[in-house]
Design a protein around this ligand. Sequence first.
Ligand code: GLY
Length: 577
Amino acid sequence: MAVSKALMLIPRRTQLFAAYGRTLIVALAIAIAMLVAPRSYADSAAPETSAVGVHGMVVSESDDAAHAGVEILKHGGNAVDAALATELAVGVTNPAACGIGGGGFMLIYMAKAHHFYALDYRETAPLMARPDMYMRNGKPDEDLARDGILGVGVPGEIAGIDAALRRFGTMKFQQIAAPAEKLAADGYVASPHLAKEIEMLAPKLKLDPGLAQVFLKPDGSAHNAGDTIVAKNLAATLKGLGDNPVASFYHGEVAAALVEFMKAHGGLVSAADLANYRPDWRDPIHHRYEDYDVYAMPPPSSGGVVLEMLGALDSGHLAGLGVNSPPYLARLIEVMRQGFIDREQYADPAFVGVQIQKLLTDDNIQQLRERALHPKKSPPPAAAAHDHGTTNLLVADKDGNVVALTTTINTVFGAKMSVPALGLILNDEMDDFAVAPGVPNAYHLEGERANEVRGGKRPLSSMTPIIVTKNGAPVMTTGGSGGPTIISGVLQVTLNILAFHLDAGSAVAEPRIHEQAAPDVVIVEQAMPAATRSALEQMGYKLRVVPELGAVGAITIAPANFRGAADARKGGGAVGY
Ligand code: GLY
């Protein structure tokens, strides 16, 4: 059916909805799915990474997924419905980054209630997990946490989607899952970013029958950008979840298949782990920046670290320094370093008494500012922050609701293992724990006691979706992917908008830096002008130049004026309507 014809049918279907109930729910779901046609990177113009909308906006690291979300908005869904449809769709089209085997954080603003909600549906360590589970012959073996069955945490994705949908959505699970099911069943066009990841991981994908079957060609070579990838088993799993996905995923058929796979491969995730999994509604955290109120996820997110850094840069007259000027970057570097030092106190609050309110007091932030002004430098061992799994998406709707959501299976293709019959890629979220105190993880972040492995605990995360209001109304939202570079990226994009008044597209496009205290080296994107880099070197900073850091998206929100930007670093789409 042509897209225009399908669109003409929608109002009639919507009117008939009340009369024909459930049959038409299915019809509507099918109509939505039909509008999400695979896009070709080879035949058509590249997806739009910046867009303007009058009624709403969806930004995602997948253009197909952003379109799926906007179709839900157009069909009367709210920002939560659209965000969840986008999330399920991006789990199909960016499968190296996220999916039903992972978990995430969702920050929601509901305009009518004028209230923020924070949902933590992060993966959790299996009950059998132990602090020394990655020690071998007296030494930590961090590969065990990253590649393979012992890296797998209990997935939270479906429980989180279900909890948000039931509390704030207006649609049924199968309605919001329809676009994802169609993309998986009929195929989607591999983006250049996904093709790069498949190519990079091809030797490991070859070792897993389920991953090889979907992501490699019959001759074993990697799919290229523009190839159509079909994930029939994933489509069937999504459909089989029906409208009560928790029943199947955590207690029913999916749970049984997952547990059987775990037993067969020596994994720790048990039937009890799945049955006991619960997403947590947490109190969002908040701090002021200039005239703005910035809301973020509490621990185990690193949202508080971004709030601390913003607080330390408040009243800093940054605009006078100039965006990405050497004096501004020097100030950022020092504040980032101190923020990452404070990050060592963050962990799962159910296991560790994280003093988040104390960390966000004016006193603590003043101390951070003082430490940044009089830094004590540590020796700089070199390390790169490169792109990782994880994906961020943002939605703003016509009623003023906003969702900022980051979800992950951790590193690219997670544990590099899948449950073939389910089309489910297993996460390696256990690597976000301190594999052993003092031993760096995949992101070169050193582990401390607060973040050691414990059964039932959630690992510390860098994922930091945020929403900003002014005079009580949302004015922007942002979030990103790329391990700890999410924290520095979200900070810089927020400042580019609030302090330097850039539009969303320019704010996201500006080159970025990253400093995480250990190793104490400033990572700089090569797009940063050479003169700026050498000015930083002359100030005594040791730089490591990388092609690019993680991806950050943004939406700026004004009445009937939504400006969205996906990050060209990773591709994706901003779709307004
Ligand atoms: N797995 C990436 C993060 O949670 O920070």
